[in-house]
Design a binder for this molecule. Structure first.
Ligand SMILES: NC(=O)c1ccc[n+]([C@@H]2O[C@H](COP(=O)([O-])OP(=O)(O)OC[C@H]3O[C@@H](n4cnc5c(N)ncnc54)[C@H](OP(=O)(O)O)[C@@H]3O)[C@@H](O)[C@H]2O)c1
Length: 247
């Protein structure tokens, strides 16, 4: 899809990957609905990016995702691009997963993106097409100890996204998944945790810049590719972890 003159809604636009992506989409000529909880940051950004609007929503409540998309469509009269980027981590051993915390990140990382898609799809179909990009995680491709709650939800998001992709091909709506590697944002600090031992060892590579992931999201929109990986080696991550599927 050509981004120029399109209307895009991006969640988690107040900082990190979402902020970087919002700026890049605007530079490429899109008009934006910027969604997150931090009203002031969103309003500042909306003032910076021509034609854009700020929509405050707590996406751990999926009904707020529904209202946010409806608000954007009422304002702009259309919606061509949906980027489900808002997210939060939760680390705990499987044995100790707290169901309230798990439900919170399921709502934020999975159910709200689903609801936003359900609101956007009929609008895009009627307009003759659209682009949906869902931000998953490299952790959906592999198995780290204590990462079960977060990675399971990001895996589920991949399942929904790639199924929707097949269902919506005939409507000219492309659904893509983006897999960031560790990225230098506030993400780690806002990750919920319980019963996680002090960290050992170091990640295999230094973290990426949020602009790298923003470029991946732009690439997904422009090419309509099913999956975009932060690094090619991530495609082989399960093998690097010596996970033998035949054993
Ligand atoms: N950073 C990484 O290492 C990494 C790696 C793989 C995947 N990812 C994924 O990349 C995406 C962006 O993460 P990031 O690294 O940019 O993290 P971040 O800096 O913590 O930003 C998260 C964004 O999500 C929004 N958000 C969080 N909770 C929300 C809620 N309840 N309702 C509405 N908005 C909410 C935040 O805005 P407010 O606080 O203003 O609401 C913020 O704009 C996430 O889906 C994350 O899972 C990140």
């Amino acid at each position: 899809m050509i981004i120029k003159d399109k209307v895009a809604l991006i969640t988690g636009a107040s900082r990190g990957i979402g902020l970087s992506t919002a700026r890049l989409l605007s530079q490429k000529g899109a008009t934006l609905a910027l969604v997150a909880r931090s009203r002031e940051k969103l309003e500042e950004l909306a003032n910076e990016l021509p034609g854009s609007i700020a929509i405050c929503a707590d996406l751990s409540n999926p009904e707020e995702a529904r209202t946010a998309v409806r608000h954007a469509v009422e304002h702009f009269g259309r919606l061509d691009i949906l980027v489900n980027n808002a997210g939060q981590g939760y680390d705990a051993p499987v044995e100790k997963i707290d169901l309230t915390k798990y439900q919170h990140i399921i709502n934020l990382n999975l159910i709200s993106p689903l609801v936003a898609m359900q609101e956007a799809i009929p609008i895009m179909r009627k307009a003759g097409g659209g682009s949906i990009v869902n931000v998953s995680s490299g952790t959906a491709l592999t198995y780290f100890p204590f990462n079960g709650p977060y990675s399971s939800v990001k895996r589920a998001l991949v399942g929904l996204s790639l199924t929707a992709r097949v269902e919506l091909e005939r409507d000219n709506i492309s659904v893509s998944v983006v897999y960031p590697y560790m990225t230098a944002t506030n993400f780690e600090d806002s990750t919920l945790k319980n019963d996680v031992p002090p960290e050992e060892g170091h990640p295999p590579y230094p973290p990426d810049d949020p602009a790298h992931v923003a470029n991946m999201i732009i690439n997904a929109i422009e090419t309509g590719r099913a999956e975009v990986f932060a690094h090619d080696w991530m495609k082989n991550w399960p093998n690097m972890m010596k996970l033998d599927r035949n054993a």
